[in-house]
Write a protein that binds this ligand. Sequence first.
Ligand SMILES: [Ca+2]
Ligand SMILES: [Ca+2]
Ligand SMILES: [Ca+2]
Length: 383
Amino acid sequence: MRAFKVFLVLIFIVAQLAAKPRFAQDKISKLSGTPLRDFASLTVGDWQFWVNSDGILAYYGDGKGIFPKGTADLLFLQGILWGGWLKDPATGVKIQENPLQVGGAYYRSGLEPGWIKNGGSPVDPNDPNVKVYFIRTDWRSLSDSQLKREAGYYFDVDTTAVTEQMISDLRTALAENWKNWPVDLGAPFNDVNHNGVYDPVLDADGYPDAQKGDYPGIYGADQVIWFAANDLDQNKTRNLSGSPPIGIELQTTLWTYKGDFIPFSQTVFIRYRLVNKSAYLLDSMFVTIPGDPDVGNFADDLVGCDTLRNMWFAYNGNVIDKEYAKFGLTPPALGYSLLTGPVDSSAVPLQSGTPRLLHSFFAFRTGETIADPPMGDLDFTYG
Ligand SMILES: [Ca+2]
Ligand SMILES: [Ca+2]
Ligand SMILES: [Ca+2]
C-alpha cells in the first residue's frame, strides 16, 4: 500500500436544480442489492437519509433524502467525485496513457462496495463483511414498537407491512454490527480509555459494553453508518465517466443525533476519507460533493453558495412548495457546509496545515445550455 499522497487538494461543489424529468432518468443508477447489507438509513433524527454501499447517498430508488422524516424529499441524491493527474511517484512525471483520471459516484456509481486489500486488489464484493455497517447506541433498549417503526424505514415499507421477520433481521443486524464494527478497516470508535487502540470491554455475550470501555461510532452520536468502496472496477468507472480505475479506497462515515437535540438532529454529518492505494502519485487533485437538492417539488428551487461559510444551499423559489404543502409545512432549506478539508503539508500559497475548503461552486439546470454533463464519456469540457 502506498501512503496517501495528494497535492493541492481542493474542493468544489456542484448543485443540480432539476432531476426528475424523463430525460434525466437514463443517468440514474438502478438499485441493486439487499436492505441491511447494501443499504442503510439514518433515522433517529429529523432526516431519513439513505445510504448505498456504492457511495450514492440520499437515494433509494427515487430520491430519499427526506426532511423532516415522513414528509417530502429535500435532497434527491448526493455523490462524491474526484479527479487528478497520475504521476510516477519516483520521477514526478505524468504517466503516458490517460494521465488525467476521475472517479467517484453520482447519478451512476463508479465504485464497487468493499475495501482494497494489501497488494492493491479489491476484496470480493460478495465477501460477507462487505456491507454498510450501521449502529445506534440505544440498540439494546429498543422496544418492539420502535423496532417495527425502524424496520419500516429500513425495508422501505409502511409500518403496517412490517413482518416479524423484518423486525428480527433488523434486530440481528444492529447487534451484529455493534459486535463486529470494522475498526480494522477504518471505522471510527470511541477510545474511552484513550490508549489509541480499540480494546472494548465485552459483556457476557461478547458485545462491547459502552458503560465500561471502548465502543463503536462517534462520540455523542446516536446513530452511525460506515462503509468502504473502491474504484477498481473498470466497467463501473467507465460507465461513470469513461475513465479507467485509479485505485482509490473511499471510506465514508455518516452520523446524526436524536430528535430533541436541535440543530444536530437536523444535521447529517458526513466524513469522507480517500486513501490512495494505487501505484501512482496523485497531483492537483480535486474533490467534488455534487448534489441534487429537490426542495419538495423540484421545479421551483433555487441554489447558491456562501463563501464565508464554505457552504452551498438550496431553497424554494416560492413561499409555498406544492409537495411540502401536502404536509402543511413551509418548505425547508438545505445547506451543505464543509467543516474541514484535506490538509496539504506543503501548501502554497496557504499556510502549512490549512485545510482546503470551498474552491468553487456552480449550478446547472436540466434542459438549459449548461446541463447534465454526459456520463460514460471522458469529457473535460465542463468547468
Ligand atoms: Ca433538483
Ligand atoms: Ca482504547
Ligand atoms: Ca420546490
